[in-house]
Design a protein around this ligand. Structure first.
Ligand SMILES: [Zn+2]
Ligand SMILES: [Zn+2]
Ligand SMILES: [Zn+2]
Length: 144
């Protein structure tokens, strides 16, 4: 785990009144390693590889804790739930509707500016946002 990431994650967990349990740490490690969107199935598979086998309720509660406290972001893409660490270098995704391939893309700061305006206009404390682009990747364009 990169040091600065670990520190801010630990801070958020203790602020939320939680502890760094084995399961919690394992999930965060997996998300850090993957560095982008990970679907629930993959999370479970990787946990099992670490010999951690949480039951459904435990895993559900854990993921809820992480998303509620903004450590992890939950995204629904192509009817599948994905999880991603909130603190990773901020980026968005290009998602192919045919092959489901996901590409990470950074987006420049005009959105940050929009965020500020929205925040002020609506008196809403924005902590994060989510924006995905859907379409057809190069390969799928050629095959059609
Ligand atoms: Zn991502
Ligand atoms: Zn953004
Ligand atoms: Zn494609």
């Amino acid at each position: 785990m990169p040091k600065h990431l670990t520190k801010s994650l630990h801070q958020k967990i203790s602020l939320a009144g939680g502890k760094l349990t084995r399961l919690r740490k394992a999930i965060l490690d997996i998300l850090i390693q993957e560095n982008c969107l990970v679907d629930k199935k993959t999370v479970v598979k990787k946990l099992n590889q670490k010999k951690i086998n949480p039951d459904r309720t435990t895993l559900y509660r854990e993921l809820l804790f992480l998303t509620k406290n903004n450590l992890v972001q939950k995204t629904l893409l192509n009817e599948k739930i994905y999880y991603e660490l909130t603190d990773l270098s901020h980026h968005h995704h290009l998602i192919c509707l045919i092959c489901n391939k996901i590409k990470k893309i950074p987006l420049e700061n005009h959105l940050q500016c929009q965020e500020k305006i929205l925040s002020q206009k609506n008196n809403f404390d924005i902590i994060n946002h989510n924006l995905e682009f859907y379409g057809y990747c190069y390969k799928c364009q050629k095959n059609n």
